[in-house]
Every structure is written in C-alpha cells, then in structure tokens.
Design a protein around this ligand. Sequence first.
Ligand SMILES: NC(=O)c1ccc[n+]([C@@H]2O[C@H](COP(=O)([O-])OP(=O)(O)OC[C@H]3O[C@@H](n4cnc5c(N)ncnc54)[C@H](O)[C@@H]3O)[C@@H](O)[C@H]2O)c1
Length: 490
Amino acid sequence: MSHYDLIVIGSGPAGRAAAIQAGKLKRKVLVIDRRDRLGGVSVHTGTIPSKTLRETVLNLSGWRERSFYGRSYRVKDEIKADDLKARLHMTLDHEVDVLEHQFNRNHVETLNGFAKFIGPKEVEVATEAGETTVLTADNFLIATGTKTYRPDNVPFNGTNILDSDEFLDMAKIPRSLVVVGAGVIGVEYATMFSALDIQVTLIEPRDSFLDFIDKRLIEDFTHQIRENGVDLRLGSAIEKIEEHDDMVEVTLENGRHVRAEMLLFAAGRMGATERLNLKAVGLETDHRGRVAVDRKSYQTDVPHIYAAGDVIGHPSLASTSVQQGRVAACHALETPTLPESPWFPYGIYSVPEISTCGMSEEELQERGIAYEVGVARFRETSRGHIMGLEHGMLKMLLSLKTRRLLGVQIVGEGATELIHIAQAVMNLKGTVDYFVENTFNYPTLAEAYRVAGLDAFNRMPIPDEFKVKKEERAKEKKATQKRLKAEGKS
Ligand SMILES: NC(=O)c1ccc[n+]([C@@H]2O[C@H](COP(=O)([O-])OP(=O)(O)OC[C@H]3O[C@@H](n4cnc5c(N)ncnc54)[C@H](O)[C@@H]3O)[C@@H](O)[C@H]2O)c1
C-alpha cells in the first residue's frame, strides 16, 4: 500500500496549488481526481470556459467595436455554437497541458477515480472500471469544489433546461434565453449572451442582486445591462418551470409567464462532498455540503485533514482557492508561510465587468468609519473618451482619519485588471495622496484613479504635516534660488 505525506482530493485551483507546493517542498504527494483530465470545475465547466466564452462572444460579435461603428455592428453575421466551442476546447486543452507539466516538474503523482475515506488516514479510490485501491497519508486536503444545485422541481433535460455545467455544451445557440438566479454565474451568462443579440430574461426572486457590490455601482450596472437588452426581473419568485413544444415556459408567482428556447438554472452551488464518506473520519458538512475549517490554517476539526477552495464556501473564487491551497499545504507540512492578505479582489466577468477590493460604502457605514468618496467616470478620462466608453465608473472610499484607501469598486471595461492598482495601494497602506502626487500614463483608463483621488482629495481636510511640508518646500526654493544666484546662474 502506498503512503504519502499529503493526499489531495481534487485538482482544481486549491488542490493544484497545494500539490505543487508540497512537490516543491520535496514531499511525497498524490492528487486524486474523479475526472480523467486534471483541472476540476475551474478548467472544465467553470472559471476558464466561462471567461473564454465571454472573450469569444465579445470578439465574434464585434461588441467592443460597437462604440465606434454603432450598435448594429457585427464581425460575424451568424455565430454558431461550434464557433464558441472551438475556442473553448483550445483553451481547455492548453490549461490541462500546463497543469500536467507543472505536476510532472514537481513530482506530483496523480490518480483518476472517486476517493472516499475508510479510516482516519486511509482512502479508498474507485476507478470507472470498478477497481479499488487503498492509500494512506499523514495529511489530506479536501479540495473537491462544488456541483450545481439542482432542485427536484426543475425539469432538467440536458437539451434546453440546463444547469451551468451543461450550458457550455449546448447544441445550438438559442434565439431566446431565460436565466434563473442573478448571482455571479447567472449575471455573467445573461450579459454575455445579450451581447450575441439574443433575447435574454434574467429572473431573480429577491428584490436586489449582487448585494456585496456597492449600491451605486449596481444601479449603474443595472442601467447598462438593461440598455444592452437584458430583461432583468427582480422580485420574481418562480412557481413552476415547464417544457411545451420545444419551448420552456416559466410561471412566476405574480402570475406572469416567460417563454424562451432555453433555460439556464443558476441558483447556487453545493459542496461536492457526498461521496467522501466524511462520517468515517468524524466530519460533518452544512446544508449545502460545505466543510467548516479554521480560516487561518484551513484545518478541519480533524487536525490532519484540511479543506480549501469552493468546498469551504465563501468567497468561492479561483483566486482565493489558490492561496488557501498553498497555505493549507504549508501548514500540513509544517512549513512557515506568510498569511493571506485580507485585501483580495472580486472579479465578475459580466458585460460590463465589475470588480471590487476592500470595503463598500454600506460596510463603512455599518462599522461607523468616517470616510470620503471619490468618483470618476470613464468618459471623463481621455482614454475612455477615445474608446467611446459612454459608461463605466470607479468609486474610491478613503478614511477621513488616516487618509488611507479603504475600498474601490469599478464597473466597466477592464475593471478586473484595473482593480489591482487598488489592491496594491491598500496592501501597502497607501493614502489618497498616492493618487494625487503620482503621474499616471496618459491617456489610460487607470487615470480614473487619479480623477477619483482628486475628487475626494479636494473635499478632505489638509493634514498638518502637509502644511509643514509646504513651508519646508518654500524654504528649499528660497535656498536654491540663493545658491543659483551665488553661482551666477540666475
Ligand atoms: N467571477 C467569479 O468570481 C465567479 C464566477 C462564477 C461563480 N462564482 C462563484 O460560484 C458560486 C456559485 O455562483 P452562483 O451564481 O450559482 O450562486 P450565488 O449563490 O452567487 O447566486 C445564486 C442566485 O440565485 C438566486 N436563487 C437562489 N435560489 C433560487 C431559486 N430557487 N430560484 C431562483 N433563484 C434563486 C439567489 O437569490 C442568488 O441571487 C458563488 O459563490 C460565486 O461567487 C464566482
């Protein structure tokens, strides 16, 4: 029987990072995955395919060029499902190749099959062919991710009533689409499909959506997506979903009906833990199949069993999963590592993008922190104007007491890239003065930081040390003038 320092269950972002970290520490590590190809949900049905699809849609539809050539502009007249899938397969193959190379270089062993615990330090792995192997380890990492939430009253059929894992495999692009659930997945797919000019209805039972985003940005975002053709229906609980004559009909509790060729059900995901037999090691999950961990070490209640990534719940981002996996492996293998920074960005790859880092205005109010707001609209920057960006804004929140940057929220083109300026400034404890004193490339969208910084700066009290600086500068200037005069240079 083979014995390992660390057995990782799942090869998504958390499992991958943990295994590579263990390999780099020259430990014996094995990754078990139920799929015959590595990468997990992130590579096969989640992050990578949805972002690839978005990029493909924006390119083939000529979306980005429409600000120049008008709303009816198209690069390709008829876009087919195969056009979208071709790019998906290329990207996916490349991602799997990179991952296999990384594992090989770091001597990470892999095994294809379903793992379940049969003892505190023992797992049994069953292959598709029905063979089983028993393996032991000193440490385990559960990085099994999530699976789609599929309630019994939704008649999923694999053709036109689909969950978000099946959606990418659609046989043809529908002329109309109804998306249920305005969470991150629902909003991303609804907005990217509206860029294909198909009729999209987005249904959400609650009166609001994406509640972790600043309200003002959500207002701006809602306006933009409605203008782009998304029929957003908030406060619309669903009574039933039926299929009639190849059309899907959704009956809402308010008595209204929505008909479309296809329905995507995106009302959340569940921890993929039901086949792990966690009872055998004394672990339990919550109602959504998620495992509780200590958020500093990623240890579960059983000290040699760790869990990281989407399976532990919020924030369920590929980016944070990578960090969690690395920290968990270091902790399990007793290797010192720096803790994760609390300032990490969220990126929603909708059309337009949304990205945030740090606290929102609502959070600051709840905590009673005095703050100032700086706002910049992309169209106020020369680059935004050149690019024809009518929309897009950046909102910055600053502490009135320390002048430090506390949060940035961006909606618009490039938001997921631009947010990293905020992340760096916040992690380096930067203040509003960073944006005012430094020169930005011109013209750029990044200049929106400077515009927002100046907007807030001009309303913020000037600190005493600035006044001293001003006097010092005046003295320095006088001294220089005196020296130059003495040298006969002025
Ligand atoms: N870009 C990214 O970072 C990214 C992308 C995709 C997914 N994710 C993560 O994946 C996870 C899953 O995403 P998600 O969008 O499926 O879930 P979610 O929990 O974010 O959103 C689900 C939405 O569906 C609604 N809903 C719940 N039950 C419903 C029902 N019965 N009928 C209709 N609507 C219902 C909820 O009110 C909510 O708005 C999230 O944690 C998300 O953050 C992140």
